[in-house]
Unconditional design. Structure first.
Length: 311
């Protein structure tokens, strides 16, 4: 009997005790429809403070397809996805959110896209953000336009983490050992043939998103720093611009002094100019410091995550 191919489902979780059992039931329904392949479910406990890990362990006792990885503390979703990919053994690997905003039934079409149409990856994207505030929607749209202009990693606006990938693509992502990880950027950077499926994201079944506006801004900065040096180049151009303006101002002051004398008035405007230029300098020093901090973290070669227990 020919051995079936396997799909690994990676499910990062942080305080999702209500969502995990519901997700498990739904993904099992899909696996029953896809009899041509085997499944493994890898739940990654990202240092949850509720009963998420206990639920994962109970499921693993009931179902041999269920595996789990538990971190020693919270390392973030990026670390959770990386751990899941590293632990996966499937011929194909999918990353899914446990809140069911990534509909499990989409796996059927995604699998067909790879097997029948020859894609390396099938991913979902949405143009609807019904649960977002006006500010978050605006920032999201600006972000995708900005990252498309300044980076060497093209990203689909509204792209979800939910995607099904071939083993080759997964192994390529795993080989990228950065401590500061921005997986969405990796997808665009490594290439491979990707099919995009548009869908309407449903509301969460339980709880609320762990990604707050502050976390999203931090994540956006990580994406820029990881895949673009444009801010550094911009700081150099701004520095040259201010040097040019200063040179013109010096000539103007010399000419004015020779023609009209040297009045002592004007110190308030001078103070404002000094504060403005100082602020610009501090701003770009902050940009440079952000890049240096990433270098600092990389050269220490600390692990992306620490596993406390796994199966």
């Amino acid at each position: 009997m020919e051995k079936k191919e396997k799909i690994s489902i990676i499910v990062p979780c942080y305080n999702e005790e209500q969502s995990i059992p519901i997700f498990y039931k739904e993904i099992c329904k899909v696996s029953e429809k896809m009899e041509e392949v085997d499944f493994e479910y890898i739940f990654v406990d990202d240092g949850s403070k509720d009963k998420s890990f206990e639920i994962m362990k109970d499921l693993s006792k009931q179902d041999k397809r269920v595996r789990y990885v538990s971190f020693s503390r919270n390392f973030g979703k990026e670390a959770g996805m990386y751990a899941g990919l590293s632990e996966s053994t499937g011929d194909f690997v999918a990353i899914m959110d446990v809140d069911l905003q990534d509909p499990p039934e989409k796996l059927i079409d995604m699998y067909k896209g790879i097997k029948e149409e020859g894609y390396d990856c099938v991913a979902l994207y949405t143009t609807s953000h019904e649960g977002y505030s006006f500010i978050r929607k605006s920032l999201t749209n600006i972000w995708y336009k900005l990252i498309d202009k300044i980076s060497n990693s093209k990203q689909m606006p509204g792209a979800r983490d939910f995607r099904l990938m071939t083993r080759q693509m997964v192994d390529t992502i795993i080989s990228m050992k950065e401590y500061n990880r921005y997986t969405k950027g990796f997808y665009g950077y490594i290439g491979f043939k990707t099919k995009w499926l548009k869908y309407q994201a449903p509301d969460r079944e339980h709880g609320e998103s762990k990604f707050k506006l502050k976390s999203l801004i931090k994540y956006a900065i990580e994406g820029i720093v990881s895949f673009s040096t444009t801010p550094l180049i911009l700081s150099a151009y701004v520095g040259l611009l201010f040097c040019f303006i200063s040179f013109i101002a010096i000539i103007f002051i010399i000419v004015k002094t020779l023609l009209y004398g040297d009045p002592t008035s004007g110190w308030p405007s001078m103070a404002c100019i000094i504060m403005f230029v100082g602020g610009v300098q501090l701003f770009f020093l902050g940009i440079i410091g952000t890049y240096i901090s990433r270098i600092y973290l990389e050269v220490k070669e600390r692990p992306v995550y620490i596993i406390k227990e796994k199966k």
